[in-house]
Write a protein that binds this ligand. Structure first.
Ligand code: KIV
Ligand code: ZN
Length: 385
């Protein structure tokens, strides 16, 4: 089974979510939890962005021992110097250099032609080599870059000494077929590609970040970048827990897996949500409050008979205790009876029938029927009989 490396950028791209600002202690707390989760690489920040970010990256570099620690840098010397300062203490440091390559970015943002882009990136990689043995290079907006130019940029990065080339779909514009094809073309056409790792970095503007990351894996990507809970710039990044669980659940299809400690997923998700203040939507895949909750009577009946009828993975795998059967107006008598047993009631068939009728009346009026509601309903019934 092929290993997929996990590059977590919760502390960098994730922190670029509007309204999120992590202090040094919070960065270290999240980094240590990411280490427990078993991510291979932690992008801790962008040291040249501010003195606070440099200090945050340095603190993470000092604290983390079992994952590579990475700092982001534009393709310019002062940024690379700042990243070196921040990462000096890391056990396994890596520099993440980027420069935009798409026509839109070349023309409007960088005002550079193709030759200048190649020259600037190459100079940056060669300069960084004096500090770092591990360098990742990202052609920013690779998704909207001409494929032949992307091959040229990748070949240059390999020659200059990059150890990972990351393909960012910076604006979340790609579809899975298109994004997967980029990896196929790079693998087939770039000399020396077998000597480096190829990475995918997707954004979720069209809701396809996870699908695009999986398409990249199908086409030979070695590493996936993303964040916990999918937080990040605009609509966010690939949610790493989704990629990890897709690989785990569909090993038959992907023939690849991460080395994450999956049972740390729920704890990591809760910590990131708490410290960033970004609430996880109830219906979020894998880590949303409803991801393992069942309300309909038909589903609850199936679950009580055999869990695989309505669950493709078990909540225990990600570190949750159990699935939830939520009582509401769609629930049936099977789940209601189980709930009564859980709450310590033994009702005969007639009492059960009457209580269930009352429960249905209540559920029609109230969105969430709580344990206390059920107790009140049953106590009233028992007192009267
Ligand atoms: O989305 C992006 O292009 C980035 C790069 C810095 C890799 O985050
Ligand atoms: Zn990004």
């Amino acid at each position: 089974m092929r290993k997929i490396y996990i590059f977590d950028t919760t502390l960098r791209d994730g922190e670029q979510s509007p309204g999120v600002n992590l202090n040094m202690q919070e960065k270290v707390e999240i980094a240590l939890q990411l280490e427990k989760l078993g991510v291979d690489r932690i992008e801790a920040g962008f040291p040249a962005a501010s003195p606070g970010d440099l200090a945050g990256v340095r603190a993470v570099a000092e604290a983390v021992r079992n994952a590579s620690v990475i700092g982001l840098s534009r393709s310019r010397q002062p940024d690379i110097d700042a990243a070196y300062e921040a990462l000096k203490a890391a056990q396994d440091p890596c520099l993440h250099l980027f420069l935009a390559t798409s026509p839109i970015h070349r023309q409007h943002k960088l005002r550079m032609d193709k030759a200048k882009v190649l020259e600037t990136a190459e100079a940056a990689i060669r300069y960084a080599k004096k500090y770092f043995s591990k360098i990742e290079f990202s052609p920013e907006d690779a998704g909207r870059t001409e494929l032949d130019f992307l091959c040229e940029v990748t070949a240059m990065a390999i020659r200059a000494g990059a150890t990972v080339v990351n393909i960012p779909d910076t604006v979340g514009y790609m579809t899975p077929a298109e994004f997967g094809n980029i990896f196929k073309v790079l693998k087939e056409n770039v000399p020396g590609i077998e000597n480096i790792q190829l990475s995918a970095h997707c954004h979720d503007d069209l809701g396809m970040a996870t699908a695009n990351a999986l398409a990249a894996i199908m086409n030979g990507a070695d590493q996936i970048e993303g964040t916990i809970n999918g937080i990040g710039e605009r609509a966010g990044n690939t949610a790493l827990e989704e990629v990890a669980m897709a690989l785990e659940t569909r090993q038959d299809l992907y023939q690849a897996k991460t080395t994450l400690n999956l049972s740390e997923i729920a704890r990591t998700s809760r910590l990131v949500s708490k410290l960033t203040g970004m609430v996880v939507p109830g219906n979020k895949a894998i880590v949303g409050a409803n991801a393992f909750a069942h309300e309909s009577g038909i589903h609850q009946d199936g679950m009580l008979k055999e869990k695989s009828t309505y669950e493709i993975m078990s909540p225990e795998t990600i570190g949750l205790k159990e699935s939830k059967l939520v009582l509401g107006k769609h629930s049936g008598s099977h789940a209601f009876r189980e709930k009564l047993v859980d709450l310590g009631y033994e009702l005969n068939d007639e009492q059960l029938k009457e209580a269930f009728g009352k429960f249905k009346d209540l559920a029609d009026k109230k969105k969430d029927v709580t344990d206390d509601d059920i107790r009140a309903l049953v106590e009233e019934k028992l007192v009267r009989t």
